[in-house]
Design a binder for this molecule. Structure first.
Ligand SMILES: C[S@@+](CC[C@H](N)C(=O)[O-])C[C@H]1O[C@@H](n2cnc3c(N)ncnc32)[C@H](O)[C@@H]1O
Length: 223
């Protein structure tokens, strides 16, 4: 049975007893998502390329926190967002309703998210004028797409708990869906991950991590 845990910034996360890990940092779930994915990924990408729309691919959609915060950011800044989440074990709608993430979203987006979540597992859903969501209920290794993405949020469970998600084979597979110049971000950084990303043709940066983690990885696909 999964259970909710309140993290240090007051936002909730889920604990997965089978994996033995939380879905987010216990130092602050929202804080981590805002820093690692929205700040170092989305905001950085927009600063670099001055676009008005972008496509994000997330590995490990889970509760949808990274989507909700990204969508809120895009709405605020007049950006159109096309968001695809890969999730092998989609959470039930009832669980999503209990996250309390409405506090970090707008009422309209939160309502649209909950009312279209189950449909988003079958087809892309336009949640409002600017934000489209598709959650693909599939194992990462089976994911295929003819779309190319601007940003890849890699939010798998830690390598110590799920090493196969961080293998060179899986990273090579998923990174093929990033555009040249596209940005890969994740909350973790290890020597092995840096070597793998470099071997895949990425320029790797070690940058400050979210509270509780000194560093994280951002990598740019060589154009
Ligand atoms: C750290 S949690 C992600 C947290 C999520 N981003 C959120 O904000 O709630 C890792 C996620 O990866 C999913 N997952 C585990 N194995 C997977 C696989 N082989 N393919 C796709 N998703 C997987 C888990 O079900 C879980 O939702």
């Amino acid at each position: 049975m999964m259970e909710f845990v309140v993290t240090a910034d007051g936002s909730k996360t889920l604990y997965h007893p089978g994996i033995g890990e939380h879905y987010h940092s216990r130092h602050g779930a929202v804080q981590e998502s805002r820093h690692v994915f929205v700040g170092m990924g989305l905001e950085h990408s927009v600063t670099q390329s001055q676009v008005d729309s972008l496509a994000i691919l997330e590995v490990g959609f889970g509760t949808g926190l990274n989507f909700l915060l990204s969508a809120a950011h895009c709405t605020k800044h007049g950006l159109r967002l096309n968001y695809t989440g890969i999730e092998a074990f989609p959470l039930p709608l009832d669980t999503l309703k209990q996250t309390g993430y409405d506090a970090y979203s707008t009422p309209a987006l939160w309502t649209a998210f909950l009312s279209r979540y189950e449909e988003s597992l079958k087809a892309p859903q336009l949640l409002d004028a600017g934000n489209q969501l598709r959650v693909i209920p599939i194992d990462i290794a089976q994911f295929a797409s003819d779309q190319a993405y601007d940003i890849l949020y890699f939010d798998a469970f830690a390598a110590v708990h799920q090493p196969e998600m961080w293998s060179a084979e899986i990273l090579r597979h998923i990174c093929q869906f990033l555009k040249p110049g596209g940005i890969f971000v994740t909350y973790a950084i290890t020597g092995q991950l840096k070597r793998t990303m470099k071997a895949l043709g990425f320029t790797v940066e070690k940058i400050p991590g979210a509270p509780g983690k000194r560093e994280m990885l951002r990598a740019v696909k060589t154009p």
